[in-house]
Design a binder for this molecule. Sequence first.
Ligand SMILES: [Fe+2]
Length: 549
Amino acid sequence: MAPPSVVPALSDTTLRERFEQLRKSFGVPFAVVDLGTGELNHVPAAWLPIDLDVALPVLEEIARRGRPAVVEDCAPLLVLAVPLLPDDDLPCSEVAVATFLTQAVADAEHLAAAAKAVRVELETLQHWALTQPIWPPHAVTQLSDSVCRRVSAEAENKKLRTQLTSVSQHLLQTFEELNLLHRINERLSLSMDDHQLLELAVEWLSEVLPAECLLACMFEASPTGIHQLPRQWIYTGECPLPIDELDQFLDRLGPDAKQSMVVLDQDETSSPTWYYSTVREVISVPIRTGNSVIGWLVAINHSPSARRQSNQFGTLETSLLSSVASMVGMHSGNVRLYNDQSTFFESVVRAFSSAIDAKDPYTCGHSERVARISVLIARQLKCSKEQLNSIYLAGLLHDIGKIGVDDHILRKPGELTLEEFEHIKQHPTLGYNILKGVRQLQHVLPVVLHHHEAWDGSGYPGGLVGEEIPWLARIVAVADSFDAMSSDRPYRAGMPAEKLNKIFHSARGQQWDARVIDAFFAVRDEIESVIHLDRKQLSLDVTEWNVIY
Ligand SMILES: [Fe+2]
């Protein structure tokens, strides 16, 4: 048997602290029994020995119950056992034991009986009893209960403090993550391209993610899933690899690295088979839109920050990178969807416009000219960006109702009969009905319906007067009339400029809004250029135009 230690060789700090509390509270020496070995591992001076062979089963039961208990009560001696409970739910394997003198020793015979009962030498007991205070038995058990409750309460407090620290740390990490995502989200816009998006993501990640290098790239996903190399990588910090080796580097992270998240720590990178000696830690996260991988965010080599002394990437870094990759992928997908929809919408508008021209080939290009002239006049009238875009669209589509007008009337040279004119007058209402179900074209409906109204109320279909006529419709009315009168027809030449100007001057404030006519004459030269020069196709967004003709 190994000799017992001078100080208790308890299994952890918590047990040592508990033993000390017990010893100080009672002021008497406690020995410690290791139930695993069945031996004493600490025997203080002035400790009255006990018969371990007899006591061990009782001590095991006391440890199992987890509460202090009397092992032997043999007046004037009382043996107390206190289980030293671990913090966690592990079984108790160490028990503190002490013997108390519970009454004054009346005579030698009484003491001899007690020595026999607890199986110690009489002489040892006599010597020990001389130095012992008298303890009322109930005081021993009450104090032991009290000490154990205090120890349990302190253990619970410690556990709660640990949990609180953990929750606080988690909250701090979550706050940092949410704060970063919020800051990135605030800056996102549909006009941001993939390159700008990645620059933003990498820049902001570098403020909160302690990595020596942060990298990102995105590309167009091809239908076959095969992507063209090289891709353009954006990075901050010092990249420990040549940039042109990054694609190969991703391949070496594992067979699934291009489709799934990869986290490598120093356990993996210290392996003799690891290829890149300058790379100690890696997190690689794919950027997805829908089911397609369209890029990656990569963090290489942890750089300990002032706040986090870890030298490895942890769950916070992994979570941050994943969240940002999700946001980047989602936004990029939205931008691509928006661009696809814009392209589709523009195609539909152009198709409508072409359909009008095809219906009436003599007026070919009329819709585009009216649209551009309307924009020129509207700019002169200081219309807003939204109004400019609306009036361009409205100009392209204002005669869409002619699709429903009989061809022979539409193409008839010369004067129309009254009946034919009544038929052709239906085209604004027909156009309105064609477009009214298209949500994206609601703002052009007033122009389509009212572009043939006259300021004095003599127009159609509503016979609206003055400012009852929608503002943009008054502008398109001037542009429409100008193009109709100035364009050549197979059966007549376009009206000379002088005559045309005279008509517009004389009908100012009667047929047309005076303010619109003034604006028309202010941009008269530019309008002439629109009519006579070759035209390139323009964007539906007027703010993107450099020239109008
Ligand atoms: Fe018209």
